[in-house]
Write a new protein. Sequence first.
Length: 318
Amino acid sequence: MISVVIPISNQSMRLKKSLQHLLAQQDANFEIILIDDASTDDSLQLARSVLDGRPGTQILSHKKSLGLWHTRREGISLARGSMLLFLDPREWLEPGTLKRLSDTMLSFNVDMVQMKRQRYVHNVPLKINDHPEAQYWQVYSDDEYRRLTRFVGVGSCITPFCGDKLYRTDLLREAADIDFNGRWGEAQVLNINYLRLARSLILTDFAGINADWVHNYFTFQFSRLDDYKRLHTLKSCLCADRESVDRELLDCLHHHIHELLGELAWTPEAVSYFMGRELENPLWRQAGLTENIDELIAGAHTSLRRRRLKAILKRLVR
């Protein structure tokens, strides 16, 4: 049986669609564990109305928000199935996805099954790209498994998400038995720790899950830099490929400077002052940063000009 764990928090807008697609998985044996993390909208009431009377369903609610990490851990502890899937209320499953995932895990006897995700922006599907190193429907074990799992994050074959994977519940319980207090990156931490315990996985090329990929997934927070640094420190201990971990941190830094100058319209002087002080932290040099703040700002300006030119050319073509 699959335990489907659904943490929710103020997401009533998309929740109904997600639950209806889940209930349509009639060819699979699964239970539902939905945990509301102190929503202030009608998410909990909506969930109860959709799931009311469905056998094998647990609905719980927090009076005080505990965060996604602790909510997921609670769901894992309540799971009765031997396999577990996390479902984000902003995502919905394709017909037959649960059965296909469970059949794959059981047939190939692997510890993780990863599927593809079809992303949508305003109902328009985005292209699903193949990872250049991915070998689909091949069981990764032994040396190949260790090579593939040396790094988990942006750009790796193993995506930094939880909702596109089927896990073994017993291994997941052990993987989640660590303290993590970050506000971002909990899925990566869980996946990294899980893969340290697992011994095999399979990558599939079917897109069994769909996602509304809206911009607010990446809403900027200046304090996010602290989350990036905290995650980098943790991943440096957990991942074998330190070079990729460092490169990921530097990519995050470039992204932040780009966003400060572009969407948030900070002046170069403000970026230079605040980020110049940030770069005094020796962590950035240890991670391989060679540019100074003026070079980073100049690079971001060049990137922004290219993006604006591309947008103008698009409009002219239309």
